[in-house]
Design a protein around this ligand. Structure first.
Ligand SMILES: [Fe+2]
Length: 179
């Protein structure tokens, strides 16, 4: 059984521990042992995009609904994160900065595909782009180790791979308006 309020409390408690990301990973991994219960407890938002479950300076918990075939361009978080996928699929392309890339360019060096029940950890400095390869909606709990909505971050132009400030409003709108 998944209890939404207990989950929030467990995550808040986890970020007060020494290794915050690992502690949150344990909380999310427990929840992902029963993805159907998470789906039932969080509901099934018809509208794609993020729902705020909890937002503070130390932790942001989002329930994100991903439209079919949605693509999000490369971006960073500048804080650790843990994602638990409780419905569908997501493919992450990883773009860590490499020596010689210069101050603003990135290179794709890996990928991590997650399916229902999987938990993904991303480091503070990672850059990733995300695809929902499925023809169905995907759903995930995203937990960030900080204030997601007021931390200035970067995105990378998909054509030039040049860095620019992340326009969060446009970024999230792109997620919401995909069909
Ligand atoms: Fe991201």
């Amino acid at each position: 059984m998944f209890d939404r309020e207990q989950f929030i409390e467990d995550c808040a408690s986890a970020v007060r521990q020494g290794d915050r990301q690992r502690a949150v990973q344990e909380v999310v991994a427990r929840a992902m042992t029963d993805p159907a219960a998470v789906l039932e407890a969080l509901g099934q938002p018809a509208r794609p995009g993020p729902q705020i479950v909890r937002a503070s300076d130390s932790i942001t918990i989002l329930n994100v609904t991903w439209p079919a075939h949605c693509v999000l361009r490369p971006h960073n978080h500048l804080m650790w994160s843990v994602m638990g996928l409780y419905c569908g699929r997501k493919d992450n392309i990883l773009w860590p900065r490499l020596p010689g890339d210069g101050p603003s360019r990135i290179s794709a060096v890996g990928a991590k595909s997650v399916s229902t029940g999987d938990v993904l950890l991303l480091g503070k400095d990672i850059v990733h782009s995300v695809v929902n390869p499925s023809s169905r909606i995907s759903r995930a709990i995203h937990i960030y180790g900080g204030g997601y909505f007021h931390t200035p971050r970067s995105e990378w132009d998909p054509d030039t791979l040049g860095e620019k400030p992340l326009d969060l409003e446009a970024f999230l709108r792109a997620l919401e308006t995909k069909s």
